[in-house]
Design a protein around this ligand. Structure first.
Ligand code: PMP
Length: 438
């Protein structure tokens, strides 16, 4: 073993293509809503590890369920044999996801493979080759899910043939209104994009990695109505914002949507890898042995997911994310009175962003260095944070839903101090040079 610190060993071994580093934080443990860095310092986690840590770290229910399932493993592959935790989980997901008629659940490992699967099955089942998605959307990092994403992180790959990327209407920067986008869609339908060739629209009910863009009221419902008229399936990507995070069990409930297919991942496993696609039997059973991943639906990950669903219910996390989310959002929004850089705080429940601006009148975003410096300073002051947005100017808030009121106040104080300290020049360009990865 080397004497180097974790950071240096990470830099020397783990490929750049598979990581985002926003600060020097290197982990040796985690308990509750705190991450433990090398050396033993504990930091308040405002990132939720980008979503999975819905219950924080080492939640006793998850730890116990995982230990039990691992001590007596009911196989290692749902592909070959049904196992009790996975079948129970499928039953529970069907019960908590609205829908009519016979439906089925597919299991994978990550949001990327789940969106990949959803894409492949809707195209195959409908025999329609085209897909609608949005500029700024992030549906995954595998060939299929990447090809229907519109995030700036995906510009090194080509879009899937037959995908139409629409602008996502943004009420803050107002480049495109909901009406503009619907008019664009109508025009595409009338001209080069025949709606009867479109299998599905993939949508994020709250665009997250694209910068926490809340859709204008009624926009997604109007889009859904347009698509329904043409038999186009509605696929809702709940990967980042689903399962109690936004003050509802499903984020799409805020928009009054009735999706055909719902995609879950991240929070579902509480940190263990598991994803799920829930959809109509005629789509999910469109062909036998069509989307096979050997260890998907393994009993350990499935047991973790069952424990997550138990905790959501037992700990009242739907109500809690709404309440703590309001407190945290209000506290951060109030910082706008003192810091001109705070342009907008928006999102739902405990899934929201702070949009940092160089100019409040024009809403011009700050450069990525400024965002990175605030995150760096927050790290020094004791909080783990990340950023999103197509211009890298949106601080992401995805803390565990178990965040307490005191911790929410602590978070506001750290962000307040970080912004003030960066304004005062306490973080240099050199310090953050390696922390702007997307
Ligand atoms: N969908 C959405 C909405 C996401 O935010 C992400 C990841 N940021 C994904 C899919 C991909 O999930 P994963 O990284 O678990 O593959």
């Amino acid at each position: 073993m080397s004497n180097l610190g974790l950071r240096q060993r990470d830099a020397a071994t783990v490929a750049q293509i598979g990581k985002l580093r926003f600060s020097p934080l290197s982990l040796i443990g985690g308990r509750g809503n705190r991450l433990v860095e090398e050396g033993g310092r504990q930091l308040l986690d405002l990132s939720g590890s980008a979503g999975p840590a819905i219950l924080g770290y080492s939640h006793p229910g998850v730890a116990e369920a995982v230990a039990r399932a691992a001590r007596d493993m009911a196989g290692a592959s749902l592909l070959l044999y049904p196992n009790a935790p996975a079948v129970t989980l499928a039953e529970r997901l069907l019960a908590l996801t609205p829908g009519t008629g016979e439906r089925r659940v597919w299991f994978g490992h990550s949001g990327s493979d789940a969106n990949d699967c959803a894409l492949r099955v809707v195209v195959h089942a409908t025999r329609r080759p085209r897909i609608i998605s949005f500029i700024g959307s992030y549906h995954g990092n595998l060939s299929g899910s990447m090809g229907i994403s519109g995030h700036t992180a995906m510009t090194h790959t080509l879009p899937r043939p037959g995908v139409l990327l629409l602008p996502y209407p943004d009420m803050y920067r107002r480049r495109f209104s909901a009406e503009d986008v619907l008019a664009q869609l109508d025009y595409h339908f009338e001209t080069s994009f025949p709606p009867d060739q479109v299998a599905a629209v993939f949508l994020e009910p709250l665009m997250s990695d694209g910068g926490f863009i809340v859709p204008p009221p009624g926009f997604l419902a109007a889009l859904q109505a347009r698509c329904r008229r043409h038999g186009i399936k509605i696929v809702v990507d709940e990967v980042k914002v689903g399962l109690a995070r936004t003050g509802r069990m499903h984020c799409f409930e805020h928009e009054g949507l009735s999706p055909d297919v719902v995609v879950f991942a991240k929070a579902l496993g509480g940190g263990l890898p598991i994803s799920a696609v829930v959809g109509p039997k005629e789509i999910m059973d469109c062909a036998p042995a069509f989307a096979l991943l050997t260890t998907a639906g393994n009993p350990v990950s499935a047991a973790a997911a069952n424990a997550v669903l138990d905790a959501i219910e037992a700990e009242g996390l739907v109500e809690r994310s709404a309440r703590i989310g309001r407190l945290l959002q209000d506290g951060l929004r109030a910082l706008g009175d003192r810091h001109g850089i705070v342009g907008d705080v928006r999102g739902r429940g405990l899934a929201f962003g702070m949009d940092l601006v160089a100019d409040r009148a024009t809403h011009a975003p700050v450069p990525a260095t400024t965002t990175a410096k605030i995150i760096y300073r927050a790290y020094e002051l004791g909080a783990a944070m990340t950023y999103v947005g197509l211009k890298a100017n949106v601080l992401e808030f995805m803390p565990p839903l178990t965040l307490t009121e005191d911790e929410a106040r602590e978070a506001v104080a750290i962000v307040d101090q970080s912004i003030a300290d960066v304004h005062a020049g306490k973080v240099s360009d050199e310090q953050v040079a390696s922390f702007m990865m997307w």
